[in-house]
Design a protein around this ligand. Structure first.
Ligand code: BTN
Length: 326
């Protein structure tokens, strides 16, 4: 953890205040150095009160994302969120992580951007990423798994994202296979999984996650207003992006460990319980192929099993799902 992350974490742990002397001792640096770092934190928007009786007290944090703050809020993790970077603007956080992957950076690195100029969604779609309105971030993973099992990670991301949204906002989203999160039938978050693999081995996987957090209805383009929503619209209040970001990283770290520990079936059960797709009649466009039938379950690799009208069980690993009338 950086010095700033340690200071923020100590301030959060003592809401009534912590003295400069205590901070200096905890961090093994001088009181003057603490004071200088506090000044820098104030400059980037942290309201830190100072007084003779309570020392330093964190009054409020800015809405902007800061790597040190995210690290401090997150605390110790197994893998996901060990390294965090925040960009003010980038093309796509998936591109930034792809470069880090090629440079040999260890798994668990996370890159956030306050805005993306070329955010992309699944199936070549554009992903709108306005500044400071959402969470636009990507995670680098190097799992020891077959490429066919990579859908497990998409499933894990959707369940982790759902749990984090419920715990921070109280709003309960539904999952649409494989990785959309919907509230009242409108999309609020999506995941773009990109993989580099050999025939039988994954080299790395990039999980790109986009969550529409604080957009007002009028901030969505007209053509999206009927199909997309934000957490702010649904919860009726502004949501702390930093709190949500750390909750998501924490939940993902838990689920990634579950997959590494061979417990994907637990995750699949949780996914199915929160899923709007299972038990429904669906139509799946997968490349040039369209499959119609009843979505029955997930298999061990996270693929969707669809029973067609002819009674065949089709295994779907990618594509666009539309729910049909039952
Ligand atoms: C989808 O539902 O189509 C997936 C959307 C994924 C969007 C995120 S935002 C962060 C990351 N960078 C991108 O360019 N895309 C993903």
């Amino acid at each position: 953890m950086t010095t700033d992350a340690k200071i923020l974490s100590a301030l959060r742990a003592s809401p009534d205040g912590v003295s400069g002397a205590q901070l200096a001792e905890q961090l093994a640096i001088s009181r003057t150095a603490i004071w200088a770092r506090i000044e820098e934190l104030r400059k980037v928007g942290y309201d830190i009160e100072a007084g003779p009786h309570f020392g330093y007290r964190l009054v409020s944090s800015p809405d902007a994302l800061h790597a040190d703050d995210l690290l401090a809020r997150l605390g110790p993790v197994k893998v996901i969120g060990r390294d965090i970077q925040v960009f003010q603007e980038t093309t796509s956080t998936n591109d930034v992580i792809e470069k880090l992957a090629r440079d040999g950076v260890r798994e668990g690195a996370v890159v956030f951007a306050e805005s993306q100029t070329k955010g992309r969604g699944r199936l070549g779609r554009v992903w709108m990423s306005p500044a400071r309105k959402g969470l636009w971030f990507s995670i680098l993973l190097r799992p020891e798994m077959r490429p066919q099992a990579a859908t497990q990670l998409t499933i894990a991301s959707a369940t982790a994202l759902r749990r984090a949204i419920i715990s921070v906002t109280g709003v309960v989203p539904e999952i649409k296979w494989p990785n959309d999160l919907l509230i009242g039938g409108k999309k609020v978050a999506g995941i773009l999984t990109e993989m580099s693999a050999e025939v039988d081995r994954v080299r790395h996987i990039i999980l790109g996650i986009g969550v529409d957090v604080n957009l007002a209805a009028a901030e969505f383009p007209v053509e999206l207003r009927k199909i997309a929503t934000s957490l702010r619209i649904e919860a009726g209040e502004e949501i702390s992006r930093a709190e949500l970001a750390t909750a998501i990283l924490h939940e993902l770290d838990v689920d990634y460990a579950r997959i590494g520990g061979g417990k994907f079936s637990q995750l699949a059960d949780e996914w199915e319980a929160g899923c709007a797709t299972i038990g429904q009649n669906v139509s799946v466009q997968s490349g040039v192929q369209r499959i119609r039938g009843r979505a029955e379950a997930l298999d061990d690799d996270g693929a969707l099993l669809v029973r067609t009208e002819h009674g065949h069980l089709e295994r779907v690993i990618g594509g666009d799902v539309t729910l049909e009338k039952n």
